[in-house]
Design a protein around this ligand. Structure first.
Ligand code: IDP
Ligand code: MG
Length: 136
């Protein structure tokens, strides 16, 4: 059975810079992911470090935090049936080279770090990530 969920999506600096916001939003809307709230912002490196804390032991952590804070991002709350997994499927594999055809990362990703989008990987993390960006 499907379940109404909310998840967090981020269009990363590489895609905002290439004016891909509207094109990526269209992909979500066509798959019945409703954009409940959205905003274009730029975060500090400290905020990126907090957001990506789960990756703090990874060798790429510092670069990842620099990158996410390097330019404007577009953050969205997506809502729909099975929104967490539907969004992950639409995004494709982390490495655009390995992403399935017609996924956002296959279509637009440049490299494993400049892979155009972030999406929550579980309902629990979705709740945390939504409250990180959208204080209610
Ligand atoms: P995900 O975004 O598909 O959930 P994660 O493993 O959670 O992938 O990694 C978070 C982000 O860190 C990725 O989207 C990517 O931008 C970056 N990243 C992951 N693995 C590597 C790597 O091996 N080198 C550089 N950056 C990486
Ligand atoms: Mg992840």
């Amino acid at each position: 059975m499907s379940k109404m969920e909310q998840t967090l999506s981020i269009i990363k600096p590489d895609a905002v810079e290439r004016n891909l916001i509207e094109e990526i939003k269209k992909i979500f809307i066509e798959k019945n992911l409703n954009i409940k709230e959205s905003k274009k912002i730029q975060i500090t490196k400290d905020e990126a470090a907090e957001f990506y804390k789960v990756h703090q032991s990874k060798p790429f952590y510092n670069d990842l935090c620099s990158y996410l804070s390097s330019g404007p991002i577009f953050v969205m709350i997506l809502e729909g049936d099975d929104a967490v997994s539907v969004n992950r499927k639409l995004m494709g594999a982390t490495d655009p080279k390995k992403a399935e055809d017609n996924t956002i990362r296959k279509l637009f990703g440049i490299s494993i770090d400049k892979n155009s989008v972030h999406g929550s990987d579980s309902l629990e993390n979705a709740k945390k990530e939504i409250s990180f960006f959208f204080k209610s």
